[in-house]
Design a binder for this molecule. Structure first.
Ligand SMILES: [Cu+2]
Length: 361
């Protein structure tokens, strides 16, 4: 399996905070039949209100990865560099009030995009579509808004994490969201998402408690977690395990965050053994608001529909200690077919406790 597949999508706070001003934003031409080098510049991407001056700029690359070793399906990924692309893609974190400029580079070949296309009239392109944040139509990432990127091209998208307005009560954008392609295969990006073009987007509110690690678990079709099933979801070595999309580890007492995303067509439930969380925006209750403490449910299983996303924080091993804690869809026929992995709360010496892997298909 390609090394890139194992690229770590968790990161410490601020990793993506480059602080640079955005470069000029060359726009890829919308017509798929036009070679990228001849692409005609469309109108510059307009920025949403409150986003006149982006706080940060990042480069994001859409690339083709090695085929899935089990299913032989095409795999695509987003990466902050072409060589670090993975699925899920890098977790992008913002704080309310920030404006982010993201330049998407399409490194996926026309031939690959053509192999995934259902209709020959559909443009060959990738895109970037975000949930939860504010963006104008030119950053929508859709065919309808001509906000996509032809092979070899690039385009800058602008996302605004609008803050909550306490004077009007207008909600902010803080939440656990996701981003994904909306172009590959057809106008809804169905083949792009099912090939790997998706990732988590976290918008924090000032003062939110930050975790030591963030893991992304996208529950999808074919009874998959991050497009994998059974043993393929958990590749942790017994000693010196390396955290990543297929190795969910934590030290006892570490604050761990999960972003849970529903991709594809099925409804799932997210269930984690040995741990529970509050059904709030962050999955936590700090206890200062007694009315919330007495009214908000504490849960260990949550329903996830297509397109939904939520997040939660736990203290790994709290009261239960090290061990191998199953994380699975609780729709029984899904888990029976391999929609199950593990959170390994490590022993004091950093090793994974012995366990039997789930070798369901
Ligand atoms: Cu399921």
């Amino acid at each position: 399996m390609a090394v890139a597949v194992f690229a770590v999508t968790l990161f410490g706070a601020g990793l993506l905070r480059f602080g640079a001003q955005p470069a000029a934003a060359p726009i890829a031409g919308p017509a798929a039949a036009v070679p990228a080098r001849h692409a005609v510049a469309a109108a510059p991407a307009a920025q949403p209100d409150g986003c006149a001056k982006p706080n940060r700029t990042i480069q994001l690359y859409a690339v083709e990865l090695a085929k899935d070793p089990v299913t032989k399906q095409v795999r695509l990924g987003y990466g902050l560099a072409a060589k670090s692309a993975s699925y899920p893609g890098p977790t992008i974190e913002m704080t309310e009030g920030e404006c982010l400029a993201i330049t998407l580079h399409n490194n996926v070949s026309s031939a690959t995009l053509q192999s995934l296309r259902g209709n020959s009239a559909h443009p060959l392109a990738v895109s970037l579509h975000a949930h939860g944040v504010k963006y104008t139509a030119s950053s929508d990432g859709t065919m309808e808004n001509k906000s996509y990127v032809a092979p070899g091209g690039q385009r800058t998208y602008f996302w605004y994490a609008k803050p909550r307005d306490p004077t009007t009560g207008a909600q902010g954008t803080a939440g656990y969201w996701w981003y994904h392609d909306h172009m590959v295969g057809g106008p809804h990006g169905t083949a792009g998402m099912s090939s790997g073009l998706f990732g988590a987007l976290i918008v924090r509110r000032q003062g939110d408690v930050k975790p030591a690690r963030t893991y992304v678990t996208a529950f999808g079709d074919r009874q998959s977690i991050n497009l994998r099933r059974g043993a393929a979801t958990d590749t942790c070595a017994a000693t010196k395990p390396v955290a990543g999309p297929t190795c969910l580890i934590a030290k006892p007492g570490e604050r761990i965050e999960f972003v849970v995303i529903g991709i594809g067509n099925d409804v799932h439930t997210f269930h984690l053994h040995g741990h529970s969380w509050a059904d709030t925006r962050t999955g936590t209750l700090d206890g200062t608001d007694k009315s919330l403490v007495n009214s908000v449910a504490v849960i260990d299983n949550k329903t996830l529909g297509p397109g939904d996303s939520f997040g939660l924080q736990i203290i790994a091993g709290d009261s239960v200690g090290p061990g191998n804690w199953m994380l699975h869809c609780h729709m029984q026929f899904h888990s029976d077919q391999g929609m199950s992995t593990m959170l390994h709360v490590l022993n004091a010496d950093g090793t994974v406790a012995p366990h039997s892997a789930d070798h369901a298909p």
